[in-house]
Design a binder for this molecule. Sequence first.
Ligand code: MG
Ligand code: ZN
Length: 206
Amino acid sequence: MTPALFLDRDGTLVHPRHYPARPEELVLYDGIGSGLRRLQAAGFRLVLITNQAGIARGYFSEADLDRMHAHLRAELAALGVALDAIYYCPHHIEGAVAPYAHACDCRKPAPGMLLHAAIDLDLDLDSSWFLGDILDDVEAGNRAGCRTVLIDLGSEAPPTSEVRRPTAVARNTVHALEIVAAAAGLAAAPTTHVPARWREEAVHVR
Ligand SMILES: [Mg+2]
Ligand SMILES: [Zn+2]
């Protein structure tokens, strides 16, 4: 059975930005190519998992998103990295565009996109990982039965439930890829990281 490296898009593969709508607004983080290549070479399927409520809100269309993702695939291909699949949720319950303005089972923190990918690509979720920059990503990954890495962009308060607790926290995406490589036996374990906010919270509790 095949493991996957599930990847959130905004804030995980590309610099965070408020509702990017054009291809050139997706800018990959520097230095992520080698980590992605190593895991891909070790047999991980690379699967993008992204909430795109901007479609339900009418900020951009599915055709716009396809153009953005063609650009993203090309930028990754230039690094020798091939995305195996892209799953996106175009829905939002408060959306303005009728076909998309409803609840769904795919918007993270629901695990729907990961579960669908597992069926489509015959993935083994137990040996898969989900990398994301918010706890909704972590919850989706945990609910799907994956291990999870939170990439600490400083936005997240400490988890308030077990289902939102990541397997590990990374200081950036390069570090997150090192954590997965170490768990897969491909590299030595990197140093650990605790978000500053989480340390402060722990002090307050005492
Ligand atoms: Mg994100
Ligand atoms: Zn959805």
